[in-house]
Design a protein around this ligand. Structure first.
Ligand SMILES: [Fe+2]
Length: 488
């Protein structure tokens, strides 16, 4: 018995069809029949068949040719050929094409049954192998896809880090030094150098470099002939030379230098080239933005400084005062180790901290005597006027805040908001001390300035009330060492 095997008999003789179908049904099979190749293929396209009994001579197609078509539809289908004559070449050809057995008519039913049992079992084994093979192939494909996915994720992560690192370089930091350090770290190389290009003479000069400790630098210095430089600049592409991966660095389509990355091993050179190119392109954009920002910033500062000079034309005190306060404030900031960002804010805010005086009328600003309380209230508004002018420039919002608060007192009794202690921005607390010291030690038309010693004592007396004690302490230390340009 061949349990529930689905068998298709393809033969144009209806007697043989009926005979075989009866025999197959009796032996537990589900039997079907087709009279020609076309009918058979049509049936196989719609039904799953385990075994095909195929006559070699059909009215429309040669039985051996039909094997290929059957296998295309179902590679696991077992095929038993049958023929009225026994010709070896024919049998070999059919077996080569994938027939599982060849029987000669008239069929011996016992032999026929044994053949069916054998090919049915073979088919089952092939099906198991086929499943295993498919599972393995599928697993292989999944593994390959996983590896590709991991590679893409790594690349995307690396791209994000590169972009983040370059965007995080502060204005105050040496951009080109940071650039070679980022290349060294990202490409895991021992040495990276940035050479500036002298285009007129086609020469390069070492500008910045970063390296790991265990590298002999002499070994890595790349030699640049004019031909090599010409090729790099004209092609704009990378080259490998003297154990170095070389890549030209462009800003606004202008080659300004060559980046050389120590690369004795050319494995993964394409990946390294990809990341190096990415770093340089990001850096180039960042430098262009910085150039734009700096030129905008410089323009704004020049405008504000020209406003200060209009105050100076009215009140000579303001000009020298602003300059001296700036020098003192930066020295104190250095002493306290103020963070670089706040120092940058001081550098900009100090020279223009009294910019708001432009809004104070002459009879108050230039009054030789003591101000009335009403006049003093008006004078106090210079902090707000200054803030208002700076707030018109988005890029100076921090400086605007410092100018607003430069007359606040540590004990909360200052103006305009009465902020207390650390509520007052640190740069504003520094300006407050330097501003008062300079005001006290400068001669005015209506009074003579204090001596340096007297003003120092006054600062110390007002430490913790008017002034931040930390700033006063630093001021005293700097002052004892002497500040160039400081008042008497
Ligand atoms: Fe002021």
């Amino acid at each position: 018995m061949i349990e529930s095997a689905k068998v298709l008999v393809i033969d144009d003789d209806p007697d043989i069809q009926n005979l075989l179908n009866d025999f197959l049904t009796l032996n537990g099979c589900e039997a079907f029949s087709a009279s020609n190749g076309k009918q058979a293929l049509n049936f196989l396209g719609k039904n799953d068949i385990d075994i095909v009994i195929l006559d070699v001579q059909l009215p429309d197609i040669d039985g051996v040719s039909l094997i290929d078509e059957i296998k295309k539809k179902d590679p696991l289908c077992a095929i038993v050929m049958m023929s009225g004559y026994h010709e070896t070449n024919y049998i070999v050809n059919a077996m080569k094409k994938g027939a599982n057995d060849f029987l000669t008519k008239p069929l011996e039913f016992e032999k026929f049954l044994l053949t069916l049992l054998r090919v049915s079992n073979e088919r089952k084994i092939r099906a198991v192998h086929y499943d295993i093979h498919n599972t393995l192939e599928h697993k292989k494909k999944v593994d390959i896809l996983n590896k590709e996915l991991q590679k893409k994720i790594k690349e995307m992560t690396m791209m994000y880090h590169i972009s983040h690192k370059i965007n995080s370089i502060k204005i105050s930091e040496d951009f080109y030094q940071k650039l070679v350090e980022i290349v060294c770290e990202t490409l895991e190389t021992q040495h990276c150098a940035f050479y500036l290009l002298d285009k007129e003479n086609m020469e390069v000069f070492l500008f910045k470099e970063a390296y790991t400790e265990n590298l002999s630098l002499e070994r890595n210095m790349s030699s640049f002939g004019k031909d090599l430089l010409n090729k790099l600049v004209l092609s704009g592409r990378y080259m490998v030379h003297d154990n170095n991966l070389l890549m030209p660095f462009f800003i606004k389509d202008e080659c300004i230098g060559i980046v050389a990355v120590h690369q004795p091993d050319t494995n993964n050179i394409e990946t390294k080239r990809f990341f190096l190119k990415l770093i340089l392109e990001n850096s180039s954009t960042q430098i262009e933005n910085r150039m734009l920002y700096e030129s905008l910033f410089e323009n704004v500062l020049q405008t504000l400084k020209s406003l200060i000079s209009t105050i100076n034309m009215r009140d000579f005190y303001t000009e020298g005062h602003c300059r001296r306060v700036t020098e003192m404030a930066l020295s104190v900031a250095e002493k306290i180790n103020v963070q670089e960002y706040d120092r940058d804010v001081l550098r900009v805010a100090c020279p223009i901290h009294d910019l708001g005086k432009i809004g104070i009328p002459d009879y108050i600003l230039l009054k030789p005597g003591k101000l009335t309380s009403e006049e003093y209230d008006h004078m106090k508004k210079h902090t707000l006027y200054g803030e208002d002018i700076l707030n018109r420039f988005d890029i100076l919002s921090k400086e605007a805040e410092i100018i607003r608060y430069h007359h606040e007192r540590y004990d909360g009794n200052g103006y305009p908001n009465g902020l207390k202690g650390e509520e007052i921005p640190f740069p504003a607390r520094i300006i407050a001390v330097c501003d008062s010291f300079d005001a006290m030690t400068t001669d005015r038309p209506y009074r003579k300035g204090m001596s340096k010693k007297e003003a120092m004592n006054e600062l110390q007396r007002c430490s913790r009330t008017q002034f931040d004690p930390l700033v006063v302490e630093a001021f005293v230390e700097v002052f004892d060492n002497g500040i160039k340009g400081m008042a008497r």
